[in-house]
Design a protein around this ligand. Sequence first.
Ligand code: 8IG
Length: 289
Amino acid sequence: MLGRGLGIPLTRSRDRRYSHQVSAEADPKSLAQLAAKTILERFGLPGIDVALVLGSGWSGAASGLGEPIGECELAEIPGFAKPVVVGHGGALRLLRTGTGRVAALFTGRTHFYEGRGVAPVVHGVRTAAAAGARAIVLTNGCGGLNPAWGPGTPVLISDHINLTAATPLEGATFIDLTDAYAPRLRELARQVDPTLAEGVYVQFRGPQYETPAEVRMARVLGGDLVGMSTTLETIAAREAGLEVLGISLVTNAAAGISPTPLEHAEVIAAGKAAEPRLRGLLSGLLERL
Ligand code: 8IG
């Protein structure tokens, strides 16, 4: 018997004979390959060109962005779990853009604070890469440190600080993160909307919002935006060779920046009000990507 006498419950889950099975223990990259294959077969596509992950406040802005190809629940695709947060969707939408490119929209994401580990957090990114995407647009809702950025202000992510103490990378995978947020794509975004500000995104683990002292710390560290997503996805995207564009929607002033406490309802309302501007930004981007 395997592991006899060691008290270690060895399994054969990584055995080649079982490699077609979907399990939580499956190698994350094989699982992404399987998810990509499932998506492409289901929608009869040879591949996708670009992916968008829609964060808090963004899903309404992505309606009518192109000619619909199809849609399904993300939970129907191997490796994806149902999102847990109100206002976060959980669908996969495939569409053809005006320039004939295939875009995959993920209307929701798994967050690190859900406690399932890093692999599920970056599964969408890896799936997009495995399906042939060359670029990914990662959007989120976040807190703003700059009082000039009122609720509903989109900000380009210029760089990030990952305070989760986690990474999607394993082993000696030394990925360069200089220009992780592609200057070329930021330039494209500014062609669409020249008034876009840029800032450094600081990912906290969450799910609690920051204390005012933590927000001051983020400021001292060089941060402009505080949130609970994106940096782990960006790291996985760079490992996979994807160009990354990150756009934050400031849905609230970060704790201590504004005198009122933070509420999730405020987040949803800010997204609603910003919809026309965000839709213009995303559709302009999809024409240029
Ligand atoms: I929406 O103020 C949204 N997400 N960490 N802080 C953090 N995440 C957020 C915030 C915020 N607002």
